[in-house]
Design a protein around this ligand. Structure first.
Ligand code: ATR
Length: 283
């Protein structure tokens, strides 16, 4: 089936540096084909020095909006005219909408993506709304902590190899009030944990595994990983083997993409069981 684009095709994309690794073009164009839209979503390789200019020119070129990935999410926050509550809560924008008057609205859909994926795989979160332990202190940890705070988790702990980053992240989120904890205290803190989330790159292809002894973790605790290459990370395999419920990471990417797709193209993507396999299959 040839690509069927007219001169009126709706345009969107993902801006990153680098952007070659991004799965977002495959994801959005899968949904575009499925819905039979006259639209296209392209990778936009933009260096840090060129982000401002790109933000100025893309609306003039007819783009309806775009996603923003590493390392531009904080710059994007500065460049938009209006920011959603989620964007303000994280100081980062991953989804931009060009409004009718040409102004830019910025949102952060990572929070929604994480929580929505958690609920779609684990169901009701009530049994887990006690201690949540987040491993890592980067941008992903911030979105996860914010989401769990909004979902009413009573205690949020952030454990990170570099303690000062965990402390800085906690201090910058006084409303959510996450507690920083030293890496060495992780095994002990697992005892009372109801939800364990890895937000580090550990366990990703080409990275060492996240080596946490799970003995102290209750068997009822939910274990989530935001790494999705591979889908079954060593952490998730170990958790599953001992009977813990698990949540895989690719759904977060899929769920965070839905608001942008809806906003730009006016269509809600249909749930599709083949999508994860398609995204993880090498081209
Ligand atoms: P992002 O913004 O996508 O979350 P990041 O800011 O690079 O990415 O954060 C990566 C996380 O993985 C950090 O928490 C990092 O810990 P440090 O703050 O100590 O660097 C964590 N990480 C990466 N490699 C690690 C390793 N070998 N051991 C422990 N933590 C690691």
């Amino acid at each position: 089936m040839p690509l069927n684009l007219s001169g009126k095709a709706m345009l969107a994309g993902v801006m990153g540096h680098p952007v070659a690794h991004s799965l977002s073009p495959r994801l959005h164009n899968y949904w575009i084909a499925q819905a039979g839209l006259d639209a296209v979503y392209i990778p936009l390789a933009v260096s840090p020095e060129e982000v401002r200019e790109a933000f100025r020119l893309l609306p003039k070129m007819g783009f309806r909006g775009w996603n923003v990935t590493v390392p531009h999410k904080e710059t994007a926050f500065q460049q938009v005219d209006i920011r959603s509550e989620s964007a303000i809560a994280t100081g980062a924008v991953n989804t931009v909408y060009v409004q009718e008057d040409g102004s830019l609205r910025g949102d952060n859909t990572d929070i929604y993506g994480f929580i929505s994926n958690l609920k779609s795989q684990a169901g009701d979160l009530s049994p887990y709304r006690a201690r949540a332990l987040i491993i890592g202190a980067g941008g992903a940890a911030r979105a996860v902590a914010q989401g769990l705070h909004q979902e009413g988790f009573s205690e949020i702990i952030i454990v990170n190899r570099t303690m000062s980053r965990a402390e800085a992240l906690s201090a910058s989120m006084p409303h959510a009030n996450p507690r920083p904890l030293a890496w060495e205290k992780l095994p002990h803190a697992l005892e009372e944990t109801a939800l364990l989330v890895n937000t580090t790159t550990l366990g990703m292809q080409g990275h060492p595994p996240l080596d946490v002894p799970l003995e102290a973790l209750p068997k009822s605790a939910l274990v989530a990983d935001i790494v999705y290459t591979p889908l079954m990370t060593p952490l998730l395999s170990a958790a599953k083997a001992r009977g813990n419920p698990i949540v895989t990471g690719l759904g977060m990417l899929i769920h965070q993409a839905i608001p942008g797709f809806q906003g730009w193209f006016g269509v809600t993507p249909a749930p599709d069981k083949g999508l994860e396999v398609f995204l993880l299959t090498d081209t």
